[in-house]
Write a protein that binds this ligand. Sequence first.
Ligand SMILES: *[C@@H]1O[C@H](CO)[C@@H](O)[C@H](O)[C@H]1NC(C)=O
Ligand SMILES: *[C@@H]1O[C@H](CO)[C@@H](O)[C@H](O)[C@H]1NC(C)=O
Ligand SMILES: *[C@@H]1O[C@H](CO)[C@@H](O)[C@H](O)[C@H]1NC(C)=O
Ligand SMILES: *[C@@H]1O[C@H](CO)[C@@H](O)[C@H](O)[C@H]1NC(C)=O
Length: 958
Amino acid sequence: MQNGTRIWLQWLAMALTVTFSMVTGQYFKPFNVSYDHRALIIDGQRRMLVSAGIHYPRATPEMWPDLIAKSKEGGADVIETYVFWSGHEPVKGQYSFEGRYDLVKFVKLVGSSGLYLHLRIGPYVCAEWNFGGFPVWLRDIPGIVFRTDNEPFKEEMQRFVKKIVDVMREESLFSWQGGPIIMLQIENEYGNIEDSYGQKGKDYMNWAANMAVGLGAGVPWVMCRQTDAPENIVSSYSIDLHSLDAIDACNGYYCDGYTPNSKKKPVIWTENWDGCQVETSAVEKYGRFMVQEECSGAEDKQSVREKQRKSVIFAPGKEADETEVGVWNKMVGTPQKSAVLLYTSWGGRLPHRPVEDLAFAVARFYQRGGSFQNYYMFFGGTNFGRTSGGPNYITSYDYDAPIDEYGLLHQPKWGHLKDLHAALKLCEPALVAADSAQYIKLGPRQEAHVYRGNNSTCSAFLANIDEHKESSVQFLGQAYTLPPWSVSILPDCRNTAFNTAKVGAQTSIKVVDFESTSSAKISAPEHLMIQKGVPLVSESWMSFKEPIGVWGDDNFTVQGILEHLNVTKDQSDYLWYITRIYVSDEEIAFWKENAISPSLTIDSMRDLVHIFINGQLIGSAWGDWIKVAQQVQFKQGYNDVMLLSETVGLQNYGAFLEKDGAGFKGQITLTGFKNGDVNLTYSPWTYQVGLKGEFLKLYAVDNNGSSDWTNLAQNEVPSTFSWYKTYFDSPGGKDPVVLDMSSMGKGQAWVNGHHIGRYWTLVAPKDGCQETCDYRGSYDSEKCNTNCGKPTQIWYHVPRSWLQPSDNLLVLFEETGGNPLEISVKTVTVETVCAHMSEYHNPPLQMWSHPNYFNGELSASEMKPVMQLQCEDGYTIASIEFASYGTPQGSCQAFSMGKCHAPNSASILSKACEGRNSCKIEVSNSVFGDPCPRTVKTLAVEARCKPSSSLYAGVSDI
Ligand SMILES: *[C@@H]1O[C@H](CO)[C@@H](O)[C@H](O)[C@H]1NC(C)=O
Ligand SMILES: *[C@@H]1O[C@H](CO)[C@@H](O)[C@H](O)[C@H]1NC(C)=O
Ligand SMILES: *[C@@H]1O[C@H](CO)[C@@H](O)[C@H](O)[C@H]1NC(C)=O
Ligand SMILES: *[C@@H]1O[C@H](CO)[C@@H](O)[C@H](O)[C@H]1NC(C)=O
């Protein structure tokens, strides 16, 4: 080993973590935030900022510190969140800032970790959240029309936005008070629907911007997707009385072509979609086209704009005509009428965005003048309770984000982005010093952007936007090889620190299993036995039969079909519609003679209906304003027609949300009768809101003994519309806990009174998944899907803080006859870690901060790449399952040796890694010897993580 290298490795071992000075109490010395055309200006300094999206109610307060810490370690400067009005004001005038809605606590945690906060108040947030974040009572305010120049709406909106700003100011959380909040947002993606409101839309948008700035929060406001965000609004209350505009910002898969509407505003990307936007709406598609247009001239601006305009037609609540549907199908490739779907729905596939493409998009953004980028999401989390938006969005909001739903790192996504962020940070001095980049064309689809400061500071980005071919380019007299669809980052305009397509970070493979791998350690010896080989959550269950139809005194009867939300006020998903018809002998004879059955027809329905005749379930249908026709059989005499209408997440996107509603629209008729159709539309209907079990709060912990629970026998036939309950013990250890609900149908679940969400085992289509996922080329949601032919979601997160060691109450309401006896409680564990790195990979980014690097004692060419493997906290590398330095093939869990192989590979790795939580190994001949000169060698390793035994506890890395 060369001397320089040895010093370097020793230094690297010590420089494991960069520590930041922590400020407590007041989080920062008070500072001002402003901006110029280049960047946000924080305390007088331009900054290049990386932001991590975390929505506080999608995790528990107990999870927040770890999520924020992992975001910071991953290189985030800023945490971004929406504010969820429906959670903060569940009843008009009654604010709530408790538990998962303890916004102040969340903001303080961000501040105390030394990060900034971007608070997106909205208060319309979309967010795949129930009703886009609006409280459902809002639609009952007389004369209200949302998000337009409408006095009742504006009054409510202003009151709430002011409330949030006031709370933040009272708690001293704005930057000028020494708090973390550097930026706010008013409205959200309004530009997409503004046209639907004509001039009133424009007036509203101006009002919103003025109102927001007028609140005197003293930090800049942005408007996401608002190309006409106003300029020159003077904030009369602002602390230093300086003028603040609303900055229009971009969202989508790529934003590097984006230019704000004023030369005075910086380029801000509020939502970089890193995962699950599926069934892409037209708007998103065009976001993508816009970038392609910049890169390749694929579409001219006019046609893009024309299509964007057309995309507005597909707003919910407005039926598209056949031409529009045709256009839609062509564009989106999915037959869809009217609705714009934005997130994984029940019965959908799971999309994944490759990290090489995500890193490419981010690097391109900063390369081409961007200054603030937010990952939507950095942590997605869970839609607990009935907070999922709709129609029909799943409970998991994992989002394929760098931190997974349970709070574990999603590798290599997290690690590769961490490296990217470290490389970008190295460029920050040059990026902020230069007003703009020098552009150098390197080839037909290759380009460089060079940023120079006044002194010798220089950083450059070299991009190859060719989707297929690697490219060799000359830049400032040196040769560089650029993989297809990649950006190389050169912090000193000479040495490559990072390339977006070369992933050095490890891959982590998680298992969801009932074998508690943590049982060998930590606390609670009484729980050692629980998980081992006992998959079932419990063998002893009780059940309670939900009555079919009316069950309570608050039922009422009126003529005609009421709109679902008008009746339920969204206090429950469920609403019974019941009517009665008389069937004569003649009708029965008529059906027999003609061998026909009558049908029940509903013109239009969302989200789900169960159809019962005389108490018997005869059919169900689900969809978004679909027509339903169900064959029925009647007996002679009176027959009860009972419809259980259900919402599965209220609409969260589109114009005129308040008019969309739910349940049934149009006519409900019976066809096939002797004297023509029977029109039930104006019949007397009896209504019953919700379930009896909900009314009785069967899920509540303190509700023991009440009602008619009976023991469930093992051989009982699975029944529909049943409540089930049992008690279970927590798995030992700290690994995240999930319930495996794959034996169930559709319903809701509660643990210790906490509503863990809706569940549904709808299966994704068999086709449309790809065996391999090619990162190259523009991403779209059909590109890298998994989970075909399987239920969209079977695991449901139960946060550790909601569990006690034993006797946890699990209550379910099951609609379709699932089997609770097969539910199991499992843990999520990182069992396998892998990495694969070439001897020509870039050396670790810490090299750049080595004291000897800049004085020339260390040169980049001397530095070798270093592979790092790490198990989760509390785990150590127990064994090396595969190791080969040479020409190994394949990928994690399927590596194989190539022709060239250093025989000492496994022993070197075992020695360096086994028994440790993490290890680093240099990828070079000096470590392994040279098994095949003149061949490029790579190191592939697969290791197994096991719970640390006490033997290794406290052993630190070398
Ligand atoms: C050049 O200027 C930047 C900021 O303008 C500063 O951060 C950097 O340290 C300077 N570099 C040198 C070599 O003086
Ligand atoms: C339905 O409501 C009526 C009127 O309040 C009441 O008399 C009746 O008992 C209710 N039905 C049931 C099943 O509770
Ligand atoms: C809902 O109720 C309101 C007030 O009673 C009424 O004006 C409105 O028309 C109802 N909406 C529907 C779709 O029935
Ligand atoms: C049902 O009755 C209503 C009111 O009379 C009428 O407007 C509607 O057209 C009828 N529907 C059908 C399918 O006959």
